[in-house]
Design a protein around this ligand. Structure first.
Ligand SMILES: [Zn+2]
Length: 432
C-alpha cells in the first residue's frame, strides 16, 4: 500500500479533463475524461493517482478519506479573464443600462469605467485588497481555484502599480491562486481624453498616454516581474483594442513593447468592432485573445492554426441583455481551442460564477456541457499559461479539486442561479 495524504473515492462521475499536455480542440472538447466510480489520491498537494475507486483503494492508504458516493468530482475551475481589483460599484450604471444607454455612450460621457477609475485611485491599498478578497471568496465558493486578475482601473503609473501590488497580495493571502495581468491600456484616462475637443485632439492625447505606457508603466511593471520568479512565466500584458479605447497601431505598440520586456501577451479583441487585432495578437504569439464577437472567418482560421486560446465571455452579452454572442460553436468547429470566462468586472459582467458562464455558453453559444466544462478547466488553464500545472486531474498536477452535489456533471451547466458545490480542495486541502 502506498501512503498518501488524501483519497477521494466513490464519485459517481469523476471528470479528469485530461489533455496530454495540450489545449483541447474539436472532438476532444467533448471528452471530459469521465470515470464512473472514480477516485483520486493526493500527496503533498499533488495528484499521485486517478482511476477506478476499487483500484485506488487497493493500492493507496490515506490519513484523510472523502467518500464522494453519488457526487461528481472535477478539476477546479480556472477563471482566465477578470477585472476584480477595483473600488466601489456601478449600481447607478446598472439602472442607466436598463433604461437603454449603450456601453460606448456611457464611456464617451466619462461614466462607466472612468467612475471606477476615480474610486480606485482614491482607495487605499488595504481597502482595495479587502474589497477584492471578498470577490475572490465568492468565486472560490462557486468552484474557481485559480483566477487571472487584470489591472486597468488606475490608468496612471501610481495606481496601476498599486493594483499590481493588490493582485500579488491577494495571491499570497487568498486560497485562490492569482495570475497577474498588467492592463494600463484598458481605457484612455480622463486627463488624456478631452471629450469636448475635436476628434483629432482626442486621438493625439491617447497617443501621449500610449507613450507613457510604453516608456514608464511597462518598464516599471517589468522590474516587478523580474523580482517575482514564481510569476515570471505567467505575467501578462493585455490591451483593449476597440473604438474609443486603443486603435490597432497603439495596441500593437503596447504589445510589442511588452513582449520585448518579457511579458506574455493577451488582448481584448473584436468585442464591438473588428479592428484587425485578432490577427495582430496571434502573430505576436499572444497566449489568449478574448471576446471574439466580431472575429472574421479568416481570423478564425488563423486562430485555429495557432497556439493562442480563444476566450469567450458570454456573461458580458447576457449582462447587456443582448441576443448576439460570440460564435463559440463556429470557433470550436473550426478547430480553435476555446476557453470560457465570466470576465467578472464591475461594468460589463458583475458575475463571479463560472458555472453561470457555462450555463449561458450552453444556451446561447450552443456548447455542450462537456465542451463548457473543458473550456472552464483545461483550456482556461492554457489561457493563463498554466496548462502544465492545473486544469485537469492528472498525475503530477496540483490537487485543485471540486466535489459537486450531483451525480451527473451536465447538471452543473443545466441548472443556473444556484450552487452545486459540495467541497472545494486547493492543493489537496479542503478550503470550502
Ligand atoms: Zn476584460
Amino acid at each position: 500500500m502506498t501512503k498518501c495524504d488524501l483519497i477521494i473515492h466513490g464519485a459517481n462521475q469523476l471528470l479528469t479533463c485530461a489533455s496530454n499536455g495540450k489545449p483541447k480542440r474539436l472532438a476532444e472538447m467533448r471528452n471530459v475524461g469521465l470515470i464512473e466510480n472514480g477516485a483520486v489520491a493526493v500527496k503533498d498537494g499533488v495528484i499521485i493517482a486517478v482511476g477506478d475507486s476499487d483500484v485506488i483503494l487497493r493500492g493507496f492508504e490515506a490519513a484523510k478519506v472523502i467518500d464522494a458516493t453519488g457526487k461528481t468530482v472535477s478539476p477546479g475551475f480556472v477563471e482566465c479573464h477578470t477585472h476584480i481589483v477595483y473600488a466601489g460599484n456601478r449600481l447607478n450604471e446598472f439602472e442607466l443600462k436598463i433604461k437603454g444607454a449603450e456601453y460606448l455612450e456611457i464611456l464617451a460621457g466619462g461614466g462607466g469605467i472612468i467612475s471606477t477609475v476615480r474610486q480606485t485611485r482614491e482607495a487605499s491599498l488595504a481597502d482595495l485588497i479587502e474589497q477584492s478578497a471578498k470577490r475572490l471568496d465568492k468565486m472560490l465558493a462557486l468552484g474557481t481555484t485559480t483566477c487571472e486578475i487584470k489591472t486597468g482601473y488606475g490608468l496612471d503609473t501610481v495606481t496601476e502599480l498599486k493594483m499590481l501590488e493588490a493582485i500579488f497580495e491577494l495571491d499570497k493571502t487568498h486560497a485562490v491562486d492569482v495570475i497577474p495581468t498588467f492592463l494600463p491600456a484598458h481605457a484612455v484616462p480622463p486627463e488624456y481624453a478631452e471629450v469636448q475637443s475635436s476628434k483629432s485632439k482626442v486621438q493625439c492625447r491617447s497617443d501621449e498616454y500610449v507613450e507613457l505606457i510604453c516608456n514608464e508603466m511597462l518598464p516599471q511593471a517589468a522590474k516587478i516581474k523580474n523580482q517575482k520568479p514564481k510569476n515570471k512565466d505567467q505575467f501578462f500584458v493585455d490591451v483593449f483594442c476597440e473604438k474609443n479605447a486603443f486603435d490597432l497601431e497603439q495596441s500593437r505598440r503596447v504589445l510589442e513593447t511588452a513582449k520585448k520586456l518579457g511579458f506574455k501577451l493577451k488582448a481584448h479583441v473584436d468585442e464591438f468592432t473588428n479592428l484587425g487585432a485578432a490577427r495582430m495578437a496571434i502573430e505576436l504569439g499572444a497566449t489568449s485573445i478574448d471576446h471574439l464577437d466580431k472575429i472574421s472567418d479568416d481570423e478564425i482560421r488563423l486562430l485555429a492554426d495557432s497556439d493562442t486560446i480563444g476566450v469567450v465571455t458570454p456573461t458580458v452579452n447576457f449582462n447587456f441583455g443582448s441576443h448576439e454572442f460570440a460564435d463559440a460553436r463556429k470557433l470550436i468547429d473550426a478547430g480553435c481551442a476555446v476557453a470560457v470566462s465570466t470576465d467578472y468586472n464591475p461594468g460589463s459582467a458583475p458575475c463571479p460564477s463560472l458555472p453561470a458562464a457555462m450555463s449561458i455558453a450552453c444556451r446561447y453559444q450552443k456548447l455542450l456541457p462537456s465542451e463548457a466544462f473543458n473550456a472552464a478547466t483545461i483550456n482556461a488553464a492554457f489561457a493563463v499559461g498554466a496548462g502544465e500545472k492545473i486544469g485537469s486531474l492528472e498525475v503530477g498536477k496540483q490537487a485543485d479539486i471540486l466535489i459537486f452535489d450531483t451525480g451527473d456533471y451536465r447538471q452543473i451547466a443545466y441548472e443556473f442561479g444556484g450552487n452545486l458545490i459540495n467541497q472545494v480542495l486547493k492543493n489537496g486541502s479542503v478550503v470550502i
